[in-house]
Design a protein. Structure first.
Lengths: 113, 115
């Protein structure tokens, strides 16, 4: 049972445009959400997070939006740069239950020149 | 500041054997989590250690076990290896306090192949 779903295995975006990566979750106990970026032969790197008490969090070119009623979050990257080409994982946690972090399967983002 | 390191980088074992993977946490981090990442999947939580005690476990059988040492480094042991254990094993460390405890810092992983 996939509690965190990333339904797009891959996404291609022109350099300079906006990249939007989507994530859906099923467990209403999740109260903290994270995005990780992974390059080949490296471990995932923490990118940005959001608590369930917020609906938006920004960090430079990266913004995460949370829609609790739809159990949906998205990561916006503006403007997209060649170095953004990587696999992006959405992850979620129910912090007051345990420390387990549940990851989605990832979306491979290709930034086109 | 030293990041999370893992050894070995790659490992080939045969079915039924036992394996030990090692992880050194980032300086100042007292919590270590282990994940299994199969091909085409996201990382799956195996277990977490905090102050040398297991602090949460995912849906993995008891033949997956671990240790954390006083210097916060950690080992993952897998007994009676099965073909399906072939995966990338990731270690992540984090500080225990505050929201940043969920910003886990990953090592590069150990690629285990079971034949």
């Amino acid at each position: 049972d996939q509690q965190v779903k990333q339904n797009s295995p891959s996404l291609s975006v022109q350099e300079g445009r906006i990249s939007i990566l989507n994530c859906d979750y099923t467990n209403s106990m999740f109260d903290y959400f994270l995005w990780y970026k992974k390059y080949p032969a490296e471990g995932p790197t923490f990118l940005i997070s959001i608590s369930s008490i917020k609906d938006k969090n920004e960090d430079g070119r990266f913004t995460v939006f949370l829609n609790k009623s739809a159990k949906h979050l998205s990561l916006h990257i503006v403007p997209s740069q060649p170095g953004d080409s990587a696999v992006y994982f959405c992850a979620a946690s129910a912090r007051y239950r345990d420390d387990k972090i549940i990851f989605g399967k990832g979306t491979r983002l290709h930034i086109l020149p | 500041e030293t990041g999370v390191t893992q050894s070995p980088t790659h490992l080939i074992k045969t079915r039924g054997q036992q394996v030990t993977l090692r992880c050194s946490s980032q300086s100042g981090h007292n919590t270590v989590s282990w994940y299994q990442q199969a091909l085409g999947q996201g990382p799956q939580f195996i277990f977490q250690y905090y102050r040398e005690e297991e602090n949460g476990r995912g849906n993995f059988p008891p033949r997956f076990s671990g240790l954390q040492f006083p210097n916060y480094s950690s080992e993952l042991n897998v007994n009676a290896l099965e073909l399906d254990d072939s995966a990338l094993y990731l270690c992540a460390s984090s500080p225990r306090t505050g929201e940043s405890s969920y910003e886990q810092y990953f090592g590069p992983g150990t690629r285990l192949t079971v034949t």
